[in-house]
Design a protein around this ligand. Structure first.
Ligand code: F6P
Length: 552
């Protein structure tokens, strides 16, 4: 199936045009000068997203290295790459994940307006709604104390066991929305196969009041099934009777057979379909820990916030389309400036896991090197996404962003209203001043004459110069509500989609994670054998054999 009339994005006329624009002016375009020349630049390059609850998020793209001509060439590229056709195919439930022959339909999970949506002619709306109804009922029972453990006590602790998309989304969202939580219900996450993660998480928990959510789309992921078995043993050490598992273990999965093999009654399974990719699954029953933590109504607001962005993405012309613009800027830096990375720095402690979440979204989606037409790409694809919350990150790696030799396109995120306006909002104002100051400093820099006028010793002058002209996008929300967070995530999902559509790669498979899994399985068997191994390369043999000696 093909949605593009090209294989290589670099063959598109707009690509050549952008290359010519980069060579003739883009590489030396001064954003500071552009602001001087164009009084309307801020309004021209900002877009406001209106949410379903009338709240807004402002996206300021004006500090990027673009002008009108470059912007129109980028939009032209989106048109030539036929991004609208691919987008519409995704929203129509077509199998755009070509290598796995699957639809990419996580958008159907947040279809709160109940538009008809189907895959292979089969309606999905009623199934999605029935899982949501099950989640609602269960959430209310657990939160109210009606659902009790095997000794009749209410649940106090929820442990989500999952990895990748079955972990990162729930961790990030529960952290981000902590201020909406029921403060006497605690969530914990176990993902790593390192026994420390399970042991330290369970150390202070009481089996009588602990509920485990085993979150795995496939229910075959080695880390998750092993951690889940260890949790089951820990539970049964106290509870003794396997019949008690029903009150303490539920499964979030697409694989009913494996769920019941594990010993979980499929009545206690919350399902979803294989058209939900792991990294897009927080909207599905994989989000149950979120619903339990913040309450079902807040979970619905979270879905509605994402749905508002879906609507915007589908209905808005490309020139005004916020995720399309975000994605195109990423192409501009990646493919014409040679940028390798993308920094996301939330000025928000609650969003401290947001960059980690975005790493999977972006890098598992667009870390590909073969086009949809099965050719090796002739250009660079997925960026290395990284980030940490500010202001902490300012005091660690921002030095390199300001004065290093690399161009690092950056997104800053701030909510105007804090959930914790302590000390008469003093902290929030300091946080906000840094948000504005960093973007300003990266753009304006500090030229030689200013450093000299400040009286710096001649030998120090070069060290104190900031070249500036480092591109940033500032994202200003009113408040990080469940709806606003849903919107922010959906924004990045569609940015990722836009990039993949232009590069003409399949953003929805993840073959690259398979090889390591297969080799680990084989080596796992060898570790049980006391003899030295010799079947690998010399380095791998040497390491395995040393490990065997030291781990005895
Ligand atoms: O190994 C990568 C991956 O397949 C991710 O795409 C996925 O989110 C994760 O593993 C977990 O998979 P599952 O939910 O099936 O356990």
């Amino acid at each position: 199936m093909s949605f593009s009339s090209f294989s290589q994005a670099s063959d598109l006329p707009a690509w050549s045009k952008l290359q010519a624009l980069y060579d003739s002016k883009g590489k030396s375009l001064s954003v500071k000068e552009q602001f001087k020349q164009d009084a309307d630049r801020f309004s021209k390059f900002t877009r406001t997203l209106k949410n379903y609850d009338d709240s807004e998020i402002l996206f300021d793209f004006s500090k990027n290295i673009i002008d009108d001509e470059i912007f129109s060439a980028l939009i032209q590229l989106a048109k030539e790459a036929n991004i609208e056709a691919l987008r519409d195919a995704m929203f129509a439930g077509e199998k755009i994940n070509s290598t796995e022959e699957r639809a990419v339909f996580h958008v159907a999970l947040r279809n709160q307006s109940n538009k008809p949506m189907s895959v292979d002619g089969v309606d999905v709306v009623s199934e999605v709604n029935s899982v949501l109804a099950h989640m609602k009922e269960f959430t209310e029972e657990v939160r109210s104390g009606k659902w009790t453990g095997y000794t009749g006590k209410a649940i106090t602790d929820i442990v989500n066991i999952g990895i990748g998309g079955s972990d990162l989304g729930p961790v990030m969202v529960t952290e981000a929305l902590k201020s909406y939580s029921k403060r006497d219900l605690f969530v914990h996450f176990v993902s790593n196969i390192d026994g420390t993660h399970t042991a330290e998480t369970l150390r202070n928990l009481n089996p009588e009041t602990t509920l485990f959510l085993i979150a795995s789309k496939t229910f075959t992921t080695a880390e998750t099934t092993t951690n889940a078995k260890s949790a089951k043993s820990w539970f049964l050490e106290t509870a003794k009777d396997e019949a008690h598992i029903a009150k303490h273990f539920v499964a979030l999965s697409t694989n009913a057979e494996k769920v019941s093999e594990f010993g979980i009654d499929t009545k206690n399974m919350f399902g979803f379909e294989n058209w939900v990719g792991g990294r897009y699954s927080v909207w599905s029953s994989i989000g149950l820990s979120v619903a339990l933590y913040i309450g079902y109504d807040n979970f619905v607001d979270f879905l509605k916030g994402a749905e508002a962005v879906d609507k915007h993405f589908v209905e808005t012309p490309l020139e005004q389309n916020i995720p399309v613009i975000g994605g195109l800027l990423s192409i501009w830096y990646n493919n014409f400036f040679g940028a390798q990375t993308h920094l996301v720095a939330p000025f928000d402690q609650y969003l401290h896991r947001f960059p980690a979440y975005l790493q999977q979204l972006s890098m598992e989606s667009n870390g590909k090197s073969v086009t949809r037409s099965n050719e090796f790409v002739k250009y660079s694809t997925g960026s290395i996404l990284f980030g940490e919350p500010a202001t902490n990150s300012q005091h660690s790696f921002f030095q390199l962003v300001h004065q290093g030799t690399k161009l690092i396109p950056t997104d800053f995120i701030l909510a105007a209203k804090s959930h914790n306006p302590i000390e008469k909002n003093l902290h929030q104002k300091m946080l906000a001043s840094n948000f504005f100051a960093q973007a300003e400093a990266l753009m304006v820099g500090k030229p030689k004459d200013v450093v000299e006028a400040e009286g710096a010793a001649p030998s120090l002058v070069p060290h104190k110069i900031f070249l500036g002209n480092r591109p940033t996008t500032s994202i200003l929300a009113q408040e990080i509500t469940p709806a606003a967070l849903g919107s922010l995530i959906a924004y990045y999902e569609h940015v990722t989609f836009t990039e993949g559509a232009i590069w003409n790669i399949n953003s929805f498979d993840q073959w690259g994670v398979e090889l390591g899994k297969v080799l680990a399985k084989a080596i796992g068997a060898e570790l049980n054998d006391k003899d030295d191994v010799s079947s690998h390369d010399a380095s791998t043999n040497g390491l395995i054999n040393q490990f065997k000696k030291w781990s005895l």
